[in-house]
Design a protein. Structure first.
Lengths: 443, 318, 357
């Protein structure tokens, strides 16, 4: 009896499965924008606000303008849980539905998808994460990582430190500590940091944090106490950030000498350290707060109408705005694509052209309802990144404040490394396709 | 030659030169050890009474802490929230006994182990569904947990004791003492030990296995709650905390699966060993050794004393 | 009705001892193989790429672990790391000797995994059960740390990940992004079928029997003249060989690149689930377990969308977790010996149908 029930159940499950796997064809009267998000898993604290920001901005465009160029956007989230396997599954599940662009939001997933992008003709927009080398347009026509690479970020931090110390010459003999998530993401800036150390004569101390140790970090911060670095730089993500800020505060490290990259500067990250975290610095390239017309529109058209999942007090926090920034680029690329091709409903190949002509000046940001919101981005055929400047923000115990002007990256140091890395990638991946796509131009 | 110097002499020179840092490392190691021991304690309780290797202990820590913070955030008084959380842990223990342990009675160990994975999945899904995936800040003030640190300027530098860590150590000791008294002095405690020795014999003298299981799972739930409060206060309450369960496994090898004092001593050894090695020898290997060093201690230890420090001799071994 | 063995007479020992003594079983197997071969013609990339290829790779790894845990009774939680050893070995081999055919390297990488597995199998002489499981965790974490820390393993790539170069076989591209899903599917299928066949022969032969003897009662096995250490180490070696090949296939024919986190502890757990749910000590169990643990969550994830329900992606994920957990417990209660046992019971019922026994 029991066995029979079981078999019936199994048969039903199998049928359901078969139905699910055959997939569905999609009517092509909408622009399909898949969002790879993660609201679950160990990195959810960083993933949730970004997911909300991305989702809400696109929904706002649908509600306020009826989409882009009169075509509604079909926004669909695919949950990755920051897990590579699920990320690849998401890619396979959307790739036949004419997606315009994919934002993987995980360095690991990006690395897997880069080779697939050219084959499946879907552009990847990895906003200031992923593979730095993919900024080289001639080798990676389908991958974009504006506004800046990790190497740009590191050079900006060093420039900021030099500014505080009173010039690059003063860096000589200083000790700079680097605490990072022990994965590809955290290790990427190390070559540049070592190069800069050689050029300017400062010492580098490395403090790797294994994924499993994210919530402890006591040995790392004890080592910091031993080595007494003059400055600390952090490349952390998820639960690592608040813990690091907390430990730094506990160990009495001067917080205004502790600088995080743009992925270590969310409100939750600093809030974890409480009032002791006051003074903590982080890079940022998107705006703070809700004082922008477009963000107010999101509130009016989406949040107040209950179409968002964001919690009231987390609306327009740092990472939410980062998500908005990301989709603002996507929307602009879609607009460009419509201009270039003359089509209303665009697909991945069109949006690739749109991304390649992305030029978001301060004036353009203002037009979009974001005055002084984001860094200016100029993507070209060769440069898929833009190497845009970022600014430094500081935590006052309650919220972030902007404390610097736009800091320019050291392009002269970054570019040679970038070109070498891209050449190396192409060499190691024998059979890497030569770029066959013509350079896109706005009409 | 230089390598040998770096391995065998330099670390000890460092210890002698900076005794304050050495003392601090010892303290950090002890604190970490206490926290590992707390998780291991949850494992031991359940293994002792029901022979189940409860992998869900890690997620129970997260679940308990999330329930507590979630209820507190919903506006409840801190101690009301605490009481309700204890109630939730009891319901969990009861449900697990009814839905999982009872139907699976007398199955091989590995099947029960697998079943606790099922419990883990359900708790992850349920916990995220109810409380969301974003991290919560443990309201330390509401629970009168101390903040700040005591700093001594001695030994040519400073040694810092976080008050929270001291509190954790005290609470952990009280809990262990309480459990020890509970096991040896109370009727239920003695019944529990009888069950641990032999299920059949316990049944034949009229001890209800079902009742005992609910009690141990509930006790493990309470241990999880305490662990969750302290770990949560040290960082954040989020699902990333779940991985700390893995930290308890080498402790179990060292202390033995069935020994409460073993869990404590094992925890301290692992905590101390790990921090000392990472601090003094880790830099030679590029750091990050605390990811695996505990397991290596455990592995070496196993070769000499497979039953653990205080484990029972009748362990399955060749 | 159809599943009757009446009239099938065995006239020699060989046919009586065959693995599939009943004609219908052999027909069934042939049908399954035929379906497997024809599947890519369904022309559904999602089915081949995201479902079938990973399913087959996981099955292969599950077979490997089953040889160790199911047949020899040694619990291991280092599967993920052993898969990683295979993947990294294959990557190093093909970057040092790019001209040798990649499929040879995939197979060779198994030997590296076998060597590493044997070393970490040494404690099995002294301990077993959960103690051994935790000892194998040492392998898991130490190897994972090596994948991150030893830059030589990933050719000093700045990303810290391994990437798959394009390789060809008889002029057909088999690895890299331009390899078609069909090609990769057939290669993985080939590996799976051949290695299942090999495993089936091993477990039905002298070696397999000595493994099972060790599993059932090690002291008795020793008395019968089975030397424990070589037998257990051989189980570790063969098991790791399978896992290593599965790992190499996973990176080269499915992911097309990997970060060390791909081989983390969750991977080990997933594969352990597969064999426990599927059935310890059964090759069929590895298939069924992989199907349940891997394919079920995918179905659950994409089913609401197909059924036209608009549930939020994160909610679907939560429900998937809960359902998977409940199903694990449900299947364990329904049949603790695993799905393979359920299948056997079902078959037995069919044979005597309509009578109960």
């Amino acid at each position: 009896m029991k066995a029979r029930h079981l078999f019936v159940g199994l048969a039903c499950a199998a049928l359901l499965g078969a139905a699910a796997l055959t997939g569905v064809a999609q009517a092509q009267d909408k622009i399909f924008v898949p969002l790879f998000t993660y609201r679950t898993g160990p990195f959810a604290n960083s993933g949730i606000p970004i997911a909300n920001g991305m989702h809400d901005y696109l929904t706002m465009l649908n509600e306020r303008d009826g989409g882009i160029g009169g075509v509604k956007l079909d926004v669909e989230e695919c949950e990755t849980g920051y897990d590579t396997k699920k990320g690849v599954e998401c890619w396979e599940s959307i790739k036949d539905k004419h997606p315009t662009v994919v934002n993987p939001f995980s360095t690991g997933i990006t690395l897997q998808l880069i080779p697939k992008a050219a084959v499946d003709k879907i552009p990847i927009l990895s906003m200031a994460y992923g593979l730095s080398a993919s900024a080289v347009g001639k080798d990676f026509p389908w991958v974009f990582n504006p506004p800046a690479t990790y190497w740009d970020g590191m050079s900006m931090i060093i420039r900021y430190i030099a500014g505080k110390e009173g010039g690059f010459a003063k860096l000589k003999g200083k000790k700079i500590g680097f605490i990072y998530l022990d994965a590809g993401y955290g290790r990427e800036p190390i070559p540049l940091l070592k190069d800069l150390a050689k050029d300017y004569g400062f010492d580098v101390k490395l403090y790797p944090v294994a994924g499993k140790e994210m919530q402890d970090q006591s040995s790392q911060w004890l080592s910091v106490r031993r080595d007494r670095p003059n400055w600390m730089i952090m490349w952390g993500w998820g639960a690592m950030n608040p813990t690091a800020v907390k430990r730094a505060a506990e160990n009495g490290y001067p917080m205004d000498h502790f600088i995080g990259v743009w992925w270590s500067g969310s409100d939750d990250d600093a809030r974890g350290g409480g009032t002791q975290a006051k003074g903590y610095l982080a890079l940022n390239f998107s705006g703070l707060g809700s004082n922008y017309p477009a963000i107010q529109d999101i509130k009016k058209y989406v949040v107040d109408k209950g179409k968002s999942q964001v919690e009231k007090d987390k609306f327009a926090d740092t990472f939410y705005n980062r998500g908005v920034f990301n989709t603002a680029m996507v929307a602009e690329a879609i607009r460009n694509a419509q201009k270039i091709t003359g089509k209303k409903v665009v697909d991945g190949a069109d949006v690739r052209k749109g991304l390649e002509t992305l030029n978001m000046t301060a004036a353009r940001w203002k037009e979009l309802g974001f005055p002084d919101f984001g860094t200016a981005i100029h993507v070209t055929c060769d440069d898929h990144n833009g190497h845009s400047p970022a600014y430094m923000q500081q935590w006052d115990g309650k919220e972030w404040h902007r404390v610097s002007d736009w800091i320019e990256p050291m392009k002269d140091k970054v570019m040679p490394l970038l070109d070498a890395a891209a050449a190396d990638y192409v060499k190691k991946n024998a059979g890497w396709p030569k770029r066959s796509e013509a350079c896109a131009k706005l009409p | 030659m230089h390598m040998l110097y770096m391995i065998f002499i330099d670390p000890f020179m460092q210890m002698a030169q900076a005794p304050d840092l050495f003392a601090q490392t010892l303290w950090d190691g002890l604190v970490a050890g206490v926290l590992y021991a707390l998780i291991a304690l949850g494992f031991v309780l359940i293994f002792k009474a029901s022979g189940v290797f409860n992998f869900a202990q890690g997620i129970m820590v997260v679940f308990a802490a999330l329930t507590l913070v979630g209820l507190h955030d919903a506006g409840l008084n801190a101690f009301l929230a605490l009481a309700l959380t204890i109630g939730v842990m009891f319901i969990l223990a009861f449900t697990v006994e009814r839905a999982v342990l009872r139907p699976l009675v007398n199955q091989p160990d590995i099947i029960l182990f697998m079943a606790t994975f099922g419990i883990t999945y359900v708790l992850i899904g349920f916990g995220e569904y109810v409380f969301g995936g974003d991290p919560k800040v443990m309201p330390t003030d509401a629970f009168y947990l101390p903040k700040g640190a005591i700093t001594y300027h001695t030994l040519g530098g400073m040694v810092q004791f976080q008050k929270l860590d001291i509190a954790a150590a005290i609470v952990a000791s009280i809990m262990v003492a309480g459990l020890a008294v509970f096991f040896s002095k109370t009727r239920i405690g003695r019944a529990l030990r009888a069950v641990a020795d032999s299920h059949e014999a316990a049944l034949s003298v009229g001890i209800s296995l079902e009742q005992i299981w609910v009690i141990v799972w509930f006790a493990a739930g309470l241990v999880a709650l305490v662990t969750g409060i302290f770990w949560g206060a040290r960082s954040d309450v989020s699902f990333a905390l779940e991985v700390i369960a893995l930290k308890a496994l080498p402790v179990l090898i060292l202390g033995g699966f069935t020994s409460v004092p073993g869990a404590i001593v094992g925890g301290l050894i692992i905590g101390l060993g790990e921090k000392l090695f990472e601090f003094y020898w880790g830099p030679l290997m590029g750091g990050g050794t605390d990811a695996w060093f505990a397991y290596v201690i455990a592995l070496v230890f196993l070769l000499f004393r497979p039953q653990g420090l205080f484990g029972e001799k009748i362990i399955e071994r060749i | 009705m159809l599943y009757r063995e009446a009239g099938q007479f065995k006239t020699d020992y060989a046919s009586d001892q065959a693995i599939f003594p009943i004609l219908q079983d052999r027909i069934g197997l042939a049908v399954i193989l035929a379906v497997a071969i024809l599947l890519p013609f369904a022309n559904n990339d999602f089915l081949t790429n995201a479902v079938m290829i990973p399913f087959m790779i996981f099955t292969l790894a599950a077979i490997g672990l089953n040889l160790l845990t199911g047949y020899t009774g040694l619990l291991s939680l280092g599967t993920g790391a052993f898969m990683g050893v295979g993947a990294y070995a294959c990557y190093k081999l093909t970057s040092i000797f790019p001209n040798v055919n990649i499929l040879i390297w995939v197979l060779c990488s198994g030997f590296f995994a076998a060597a590493v597995g044997t070393v970490f199998g040494l404690p099995s002489l002294r301990i077993k059960g959960f103690y051994l499981a935790i000892a194998t965790l040492a392998a898991q974490f130490f190897l994972e740390w090596c994948f991150i820390r030893v830059s030589w393993l990933y050719n000093y790539n700045i990303s810290g990940a391994i990437e798959v170069p394009q390789r060809t076989l008889f002029g057909i591209i088999v690895t890299g992004p331009r390899a078609t899903a069909e090609t990769r599917y057939y290669i993985v299928l080939g590996f799976l079928v051949l290695m299942t066949w090999a495993a089936s022969n091993v477990v039905h032969g002298r070696i397999g029997r000595s493994w099972m003897a060790v599993r059932d009662m090690d002291i008795a096995a020793e008395l019968m003249g089975i030397r424990l250490l070589p037998t257990k180490l051989l189980a570790f070696a063969v098991s790791s060989f399978y896992c290593g090949v599965a790992g190499a296939l996973m990176v080269f024919l499915w992911y097309g690149g990997a970060e060390p986190t791909v081989f983390n502890i969750n991977q080990s757990f997933t594969i352990l689930f597969m064999i426990i749910i599927g059935g310890l000590g059964s090759l069929l169990g590895a298939y069924l377990g992989a199907a349940l643990i891997f394919i079920l969550p995918i179905v659950l994830r994409f089913a609401p969308e197909v059924l036209g329900l608009h549930i939020h992606a994160a909610t679907v994920e939560h429900i998937t977790y809960i359902t998977t957990g409940v199903l694990i417990i449900f299947f364990l209660i329904a049949e603790p010996a695993g799905l393979a046992r359920l299948w056997q019971v079902g078959k037995q019922k069919l044979r005597v149908w309509p009578f109960p026994y």
